[in-house]
Ligand binder design. Sequence first.
Ligand code: PMP
Length: 396
Amino acid sequence: MFEQIERVPGDAILGLIEAFNKDTNPQKVDLGVGVYRDARGNTPIMRAVKEAEALLLKNETTKSYIGSHGDPRYGEVTLPLVLGADSPVLAEKRASATQSPGGTGALRLAADFIKSKLPGKDIWVSDPTWPNHLGIFPAAGLTLHKYPYVDSDNRLDFDGMLGALKQIPQGDVVLLHACCHNPTGFDLTREQWQQVLEVVRERGLLPLIDFAYQGFGDGLEEDAYGARLMAENLDEVLITSSYSKNFGIYRERTGCFIAIAKNTEQMENVRSQMAIVARENYSNPPAHGSAIVCEILTSAELAAVWRDELTEMRDRINGLRRDFVEALKPHGLDGTFAHVAEQRGMFSYTGLKPDQVDRLRDEYGIYMVRSGRANVAGLSSENLPYVTEAIAAVSK
Ligand code: PMP
């Protein structure tokens, strides 16, 4: 039977990693891969995580199943982090948390829930968006459409976005990036979030908020602005959150699907369905990542260590954004790339064209996605002069 199976090309980013590893240029720089890097180019285990793991190893008493919704403590620490400790949504008991295998798993739960329980609803994602969005929703049988997000001058196309949202059929699902938009780094201002809220309310859309980078933009609370605005002002909102980035526990697959309903009764109804959706996918979520998160967030001491480390990571990224633009000043390019300092999160739509990206790779050993998306965390004070010289050279 398998003789009819065609081989498909590998993931573009994986191909980039392979090409980077083969490159013998001693000055090569990887701005492609989507994980945080410290100043030495490593993706280290956070101190708070190491300490939590040591405690777990000593105190863990069972490896039994944790249930389809996951560890109840995990929901109890995740909901206030995402929605705010004083959230009226929590006081009103209309939010439910289902632990998931990463943010990706939460998105798949959302997709399956929409497909089976909200039949006929399509999903709308930004153009561009995280490429996996384009796979997850159709894989679950949903019809996917795009709304504009970036214009041809590499700026946030907010008018285009809002105009398109106003045309979406009543009741469809609209995916919004809570912060640190992947791949562009362009985030909405508070006023723009307000305008989106109004359109979503007018058209009775269901927002699905992908929250994969809380704390990587402006701060844990600041980054939650849009998600909380929606949750507090609408009857129904879905949120998919991830601890992959802000705890650096990518491979532990630690995410959460959050459903917000009009009241407790409806929330419990949705919650009961989510247990089935989870069970039919993978039964129970993995428990190590959630145990780490619970250990840290229920200890004032470990939580403080974690917050400091997260602040360090965020400050490093935002500092690099400013340094990047500063280093382009002598080349007269600080205006051209000024947006890089304004964007948030790990990624930047630099505005570099595919032929420039190719030249950076072939002539300088600098690797990024052909769309011009760079992982800012791949920069460092050591490689910044080299990278900016090279960008100046290919920009002539
Ligand atoms: N959403 C976005 C926008 C992302 O960038 C990512 C990770 N790259 C995810 C969701 C999922 O993250 P994970 O499954 O690793 O938690």
